[in-house]
Design a binder for this molecule. Structure first.
Ligand code: ZN
Length: 452
């Protein structure tokens, strides 16, 4: 039995139903689960001194495109909004190889782990026609090598330029190819059991890169296999105009017509929903992954988070792809969200702690999991620890529930534990992966991709 005891923790921010913060208590991990929380002395193989440490449940990232880690900070797209930004980047993404998918996934997920994220959801939708096979399998391999909990979405694009879509024709696949690979991935990787390290969702890219037929067929397949559905929606005014022009419907009405509402569906962004649409989301328990950094960078707008919270629309937090962020740092996302909403909404802005709720149990709700997102006995042992006695946190210890959003944590955490295994220690990746070697190989591949 593998066990870890973290003793005398300065503050455990549990994110349980009572929103308790426990002071001076011990947390025992056995076989990947939280086995005990309290003040009784327990024994374990590994003991960590919790003096000065704040403990939080692992953050859950609910929308990402890991391959974009290789196209960050590109000068040619720094001053663009979504549609021109995508059209420019598609030309580079055409050169993606399976090796690049593996390494970009390692890079993005390593950064997520180093900043407290323990569950990564990724939507991979770029399948260059000549090298389209088994790309998501390489992402699962990377997740396993790092020890992160991974939810892969089989993304897709099926509406190329010659059909009135946005992507070039050699980046789209046929509906049959997409559905066959979706089914294969679910059968090979999707684990519905509590404690699962691997799950699969289905996620056609967006209304402007996919046909209505593919959206409808994907929903049918997902429901027959009991997996979840995800896509980009209401991200930009361009998308709204595109839907009105092509389908005569606003984006949400269009998705409703294709069977895409329900508690098994969540949308990335959800910025331009009107009041009636927000009420429909709440009534159907259709969720939204909020991506504040990406929304700011691409000037897409500010999602109506205060109203969504009032209505109880299921909400999670996400970094979005690294080409629009430009990183994979959920702690930074918390602070980015906090400041953006303070500026935009002032007194009705979500509180620092509400944003942490989004990033933890909110994310678990979007992914359909009740075994992660809080620190409680019986839940998966996914957590991170920050030493608050460092000089940069002096004077910042009054409110452990708020500090991640208000003060912000600008450096890697001290420990990240996933499924009862230490995967980050003193801010460095532990285990199979040598992060310096990965960075060296990845940088070579980045040059290869961008010099094409
Ligand atoms: Zn996205």
């Amino acid at each position: 039995m593998k066990s870890i005891l973290i003793q005398n923790i300065k503050a455990i921010v549990t994110l349980d139903k009572e929103d308790r913060v426990l002071e001076g208590q011990h947390l025992l991990i056995e076989d990947g689960r939280i086995a005990y929380l309290g003040t009784e002395q327990r024994n374990a193989e590994t003991v960590i001194d919790g003096k000065g440490l704040f403990a939080y449940p692992g953050l859950i990232n609910t929308h990402h495109h890991l391959y974009q880690t290789f196209t960050r900070n590109l000068p040619q797209v720094q001053n663009m909004e979504l549609f021109p930004w995508l059209k420019t980047l598609y030309e580079i993404w055409r050169g993606l190889t399976p090796e690049m998918i593996y390494y970009s996934s390692l890079v993005g997920m390593a950064e997520l782990l180093k900043y407290g994220c323990t569950t990564c959801f990724d939507q991979h939708y770029v399948f260059p026609r000549a090298r389209a096979k088994h790309l998501i399998d390489h992402q699962f391999a990377a997740a396993t090598d790092l020890g992160i909990r991974f939810h892969a979405a089989r993304g897709s694009m099926a509406r190329g330029r010659s059909d009135g879509g946005l992507p070039p024709d050699d980046l789209v696949q046929t509906v049959d190819e997409i559905l066959a690979d979706s089914q294969r991935l679910i059968e090979e990787y999707h684990d519905p059991k509590p404690g699962a390290m691997r799950q699969v969702a289905l996620a056609p890219c967006s209304p402007f890169s996919v046909s209505g037929e593919l959206m409808r067929e994907t929903a049918l397949l997902a429901r027959s296999k009991k997996v979840r559905l995800h896509t980009h929606l209401a991200e930009t005014k361009d998308e709204e105009e595109y839907c009105l022009q092509q389908f005569g419907l606003r984006p949400l009405a269009y998705m409703d017509s294709l069977g895409w509402l329900g508690s098994d569906v969540w949308y990335a962004h959800g910025i331009h929903f009107d009041d009636t649409e927000l009420e429909l989301l709440a009534a159907t328990q259709t969720g939204v992954a909020h991506c504040p950094s990406s929304n700011q960078k691409l000037a897409s707008g500010v999602a109506k988070i205060p109203r969504m919270l009032e209505l109880d629309v299921p909400l999670g937090l996400a970094v979005d792809g690294s080409a629009s962020n430009d990183g994979s740092n959920m702690l930074q996302e918390l602070r980015s969200a906090y400041l953006m909403h303070r500026l935009h909404y002032s007194s009705t802005a979500p509180s620092a702690y509400q944003l942490l709720q989004l990033a933890t149990r909110g994310g678990a709700r979007l992914l359909g999991r009740d075994d992660i997102g809080s620190l409680e006995v019986g839940k998966a042992a996914d957590l991170f620890l920050i030493n608050m006695e460092k000089i940069e946190y002096v004077g910042a210890q009054f409110d452990p529930r708020a500090v991640l959003s208000t003060v912000g944590i600008a450096r890697p955490v001290d420990y990240t534990i996933v499924n009862g295994r230490i995967v980050v220690k003193d801010g460095r990746i532990e285990g199979l992966i040598d992060e310096d070697k990965v960075a060296e190989v990845a940088n070579k591949l980045v040059r290869q991709l961008n010099e094409r």
